[in-house]
Structures are given as structure tokens and as C-alpha cells.
Design a protein around this ligand. Structure first.
Ligand code: PMP
Length: 465
């Protein structure tokens, strides 16, 4: 079949991209030499590139396209809203119908007691809001020194200077003066990589108790909040052991420390409930939302805030906000997206169809000689690659080399799996069917086989000592 394209030849697009476009989290010079893959359209769970390849997107973009690509209802919601009211702000005693409806709908869907929404344009912005909000809350309650926030190593909360500081990515902290003062990081509950000979339950408890030790070190009167993803995403899909969250909840309750659950990935069905907090049994005071809120069709984020904090913040002028807080087009699309998630029973589809099929496919891949285990919760998963399954060994070569090779082999086989270090990450659109998961499985296995062969031929299967 001849492909008729409505764009420049791929090489020309790549050259223009290399000349003028600075990509996020990328060594742009290296990418410029290789040439970026140009995505031109998408439908369902498939992307199409400028060469006409159909690529199964097992990452839902960046963990966000929960409803899949090409949903006309979302296009129509944006079109209608753009025609009616493309923009107005919510700063100066004004509001508009999409933002009213969306805030009310989120209050309905959120766990009990979380009834107020502060909107932002992204997850990063929302976490910046959260940092200022919890500090303002305690200051207004006469405890301005209760301002420190505890987070976790390898957490991802965004890339602005506030949210990047809340995050625990050392390679991000190495650039640009992060973390800002008053933010502290404890260990993550990553049993696979760090649990040694402990059982997952022992390890989960020990990692949670690092929070108590840090609160006591700083003084409970100085600690405003603990922030965490219910299931760590960009850190490598780290599903905490069952003992972890109950102990964290106990500690936060005991010392009067607020819980900010970063639901940017876990929210809107990804873990089999509306929110990861429900799946993991957490009672948060604030939930960060973004990504799946609009299925990524338009940029929107926010903070869903509990009654107690809202009561204090609403009594003063909170000197904070964004031009696009509650943008009418984004709000209208998000609202339509929430309608689709509900009308099409997507959470039931996740629990009864998609997640069981994904789990089966991953269990089959567990037997692969390169795969060291399966981390999975609902529709988010990771496969750690290892040169030695029994000991969960890391590679002797630089971390991320095997993962990078595997990601390239995925691309070559028309599959998007991302790598975080040497873990392969899976987070497909929630609407994925069992047939499509079958295709994911075939392509993933092929990519793993090819990676294994490359590593074996290159004598790269040595474990770190
Ligand atoms: N929090 C979490 C848990 C995330 O995964 C992300 C994005 N990957 C963010 C916050 C930041 O969101 P954004 O990129 O929309 O700023």
C-alpha cells in the first residue's frame, strides 16, 4: 500500500526538530544525530509514525491516555467549549460553567471529605500549589514553623523547582539548585531492588518507619506533610509491600502530619479504583491530579483538598494561582472524559477484563531469562531486567544500559515500553482489549528475546558483584 502523507519527509522533519526543538529529559545532540521518531496520528491504543508504522502504545503516552486515542466525544467537547467560551480566568470574582461542573464532579468521585478543588495546568503546578497550601494551612493555624515536607527518594512529583524538590530524583537535583530547603527524602519501599534478604512485609514496615524516625529527628512540630504516590510510577512502578501504607497512615495520624497523595498516575482508574488511595487504603488530606483527568487530551491538573484544609485556606486570600487554573476548554474536556469513564464502566473493564489479561501476560513473561520479577497493580506494571533471577542481581555494566537496549528493541517491534533504569514500564490505555494485550505480549517477548541475545552476544550478562 502506498502511504500518502500530508507532511514533509521524515528526514526533513527530524532535521527541523533537531535544529529548533529542545526535548524534555533528553540529550538533544544525541537525539539530533539519531533523529526523533515522528508521531503523526493515533487511534485506540495505536500510534502511527511518519513512516506509516502502527505502534502499540503500552505507556498510554506518559501514563495519561486512559480512554485511548481518537475519542471524538472529547474532540467535540473541546470544539463546543472553544466556540462558546474559549478562555476566561477564575481569579477576580468570576467563574464559569465548565469549572463549576468539573469541581463538583471531582468532589463526588473523590473519597469522603475531599470536596474542594484548586485547579492547575499540570501535575507539577498542582504539587507546587500543595507545598504552598500545606505551609499556609499550618501558618494560618498559628504554627508557621510546621513547614517541612517529607518525601521519598526516587519519587516523581514534577519538574518545576518546587515539585522537582518534592520529587526524589537525584539526577534532577543535580541541576538547577534543587531541592529547595525544607524538603527531606526517606527511602522508598522498593523491595525488589533494596529488600535484600528481608521479606517484603518486614521491608515495607522498616521503610515506613523511616518516616517516624525522620519526623522525630525534625520534630513533629516542624513537619507539615508527607507526600507520596500511592504506587510509585516514574521511579519504576514500585508497588509497596502490604505493610507499608497502614504504617505510614498510623505515623501521620500519630504526629499530626498531613498526607498528600500524588494521584497524577494512580488516579482515574489506573489501579482499579477511581484513586490509588482507595486501592492502597490511604486517607489523604490532599490528592494531586492531572494526566488521566483529561486522558491527556488537554493539559489540566489540580489538587483535591479536604474540608478541614479548605476551611482554613478559604478564610484567607491564598495568593496563588495560574492563568490556566480551571481553563474552560480543559475543564470541559476533563468533564467529558469523566463521563466516558463512567458511562463505559471503564473501572469495571479494568478490574474484570484488562487487568486480569495484563497480569496473565506479565506472569508469562516472568519466566523469561532476563525478567527478574513482575511488579503490578491494576494497569501499571514494571518488569525489572536482571542478569541473575534468583538473586535479583543488578547488571555489572552501567545501570540503564539493558533497559535502553530493550526499549530500542520494543520500538523496532512497534511497541512502546519505557525503561526506568533497567526496568521496563507498562501502563497502557485502560480501554485496551485482551486481543491487544495479546499483541503486547507477542511484541514484548520478541523485544526481550532480542535484548537477551544482544546482551549474551556482547558478554553483557554479568551480575554486579
Ligand atoms: N506527579 C506524578 C506522580 C507524576 O507521574 C507526574 C508526571 N509524570 C507529575 C506529578 C508531574 O506532572 P506534569 O508532568 O503534568 O507536570
Amino acid at each position: 500500500m502506498t502511504i500518502v502523507s500530508n507532511h514533509l519527509p521524515t528526514a526533513e522533519l527530524q532535521a527541523l526538530d533537531a535544529a529548533h526543538h529542545m526535548h524534555p529529559f533528553t540529550t538533544n545532540d544525541e537525539l539530533g544525530e539519531r533523529g526523533a521518531r515522528v508521531i503523526t496520528s493515533a487511534k485506540g491504543v495505536y500510534l502511527r509514525d511518519s513512516e506509516g508504522n502502527q505502534i502499540l502504545d503500552a505507556m498510554a503516552g506518559l501514563w495519561c491516555v486512559n480512554m485511548g486515542y481518537g475519542r471524538d466525544e472529547l474532540v467535540q467537547a473541546a470544539t463546543r467549549q472553544m466556540a462558546e467560551l474559549p478562555y476566561y480566568n477564575t481569579f477576580f470574582n468570576t467563574t464559569h460553567t465548565p469549572v463549576i461542573a468539573l469541581a463538583a464532579e471531582l468532589a463526588k468521585l473523590a473519597p469522603e471529605g475531599l470536596n474542594h478543588v484548586f485547579f492547575a495546568g499540570s501535575g507539577s503546578e498542582a504539587n507546587d500549589t500543595n507545598l504552598r497550601m500545606v505551609r499556609t494551612y499550618w501558618a494560618e493555624k498559628g504554627q508557621p514553623e510546621k513547614s517541612h515536607v517529607i518525601s521519598r527518594k526516587n519519587a516523581y512529583h514534577g519538574s518545576s523547582i518546587g515539585s522537582g524538590s518534592l520529587g526524589g530524583m537525584s539526577y534532577m537535583h543535580a541541576q538547577g539548585g534543587m531541592p529547595i530547603p525544607g524538603i527531606h527524602h526517606i527511602g522508598q519501599p522498593d523491595w525488589w531492588a533494596e529488600g535484600g534478604d528481608h521479606t517484603p512485609e518486614e521491608f515495607g514496615l522498616a521503610r515506613a518507619q523511616e518516616l517516624e524516625a525522620k519526623i522525630l529527628e525534625l520534630g513533629p512540630e516542624k513537619v507539615a506533610a508527607f507526600i507520596a504516590e500511592p504506587v510509585q510510577g516514574a521511579g519504576g512502578v514500585i508497588v509497596p509491600p502490604s505493610t507499608y501504607w497502614p504504617e505510614i497512615q498510623r505515623i501521620c495520624d500519630a504526629y499530626g502530619v498531613l498526607i498528600i497523595a500524588d494521584e497524577v498516575i494512580c488516579g482515574f482508574g489506573r489501579t482499579g479504583n477511581w484513586f490509588g488511595s482507595t486501592t492502597m487504603g490511604i486517607k489523604p488530606h490532599i490528592m494531586t491530579i492531572a494526566k488521566g483527568l483529561s486522558s491527556g487530551y488537554v493539559p489540566i491538573g489540580g489538587s483535591i483538598v479536604c474540608d478541614e484544609i479548605a476551611e482554613v485556606i478559604n478564610a484567607v486570600e491564598f495568593n496563588h494561582g495560574y492563568t490556566y487554573s480551571g481553563h474552560p476548554v480543559c475543564a470541559a474536556v476533563a468533564l467529558e472524559n469523566l463521563r466516558l469513564l463512567q458511562d463505559e464502566n471503564i473501572i469495571d473493564h479494568v478490574n474484570n477484563v484488562a487487568a486480569p489479561a495484563l497480569h496473565n501476560a506479565l506472569e508469562d513473561l516472568r519466566d523469561h531469562p532476563l525478567v527478574g520479577g513482575v511488579n503490578v497493580k491494576g494497569m501499571m506494571a514494571s518488569l525489572p531486567l536482571t542478569p541473575h533471577k534468583e538473586s535479583r542481581a543488578k547488571f555489572a555494566m552501567d545501570a540503564g544500559t539493558a533497559g535502553f537496549i530493550c526499549r530500542e528493541r520494543c520500538f523496532a517491534n512497534n511497541l512502546v515500553m519505557r525503561h526506568v533504569g533497567d526496568r521496563m514500564i507498562i501502563s497502557p490505555p485502560l480501554v485496551i482489549t485482551p486481543e491487544e494485550i495479546g499483541i503486547f505480549h507477542t511484541r514484548a517477548k520478541l523485544a526481550l528475546d532480542e535484548t537477551y541475545k544482544t546482551l549474551k552476544d556482547g558478554d553483557m550478562l554479568k551480575p554486579a558483584s
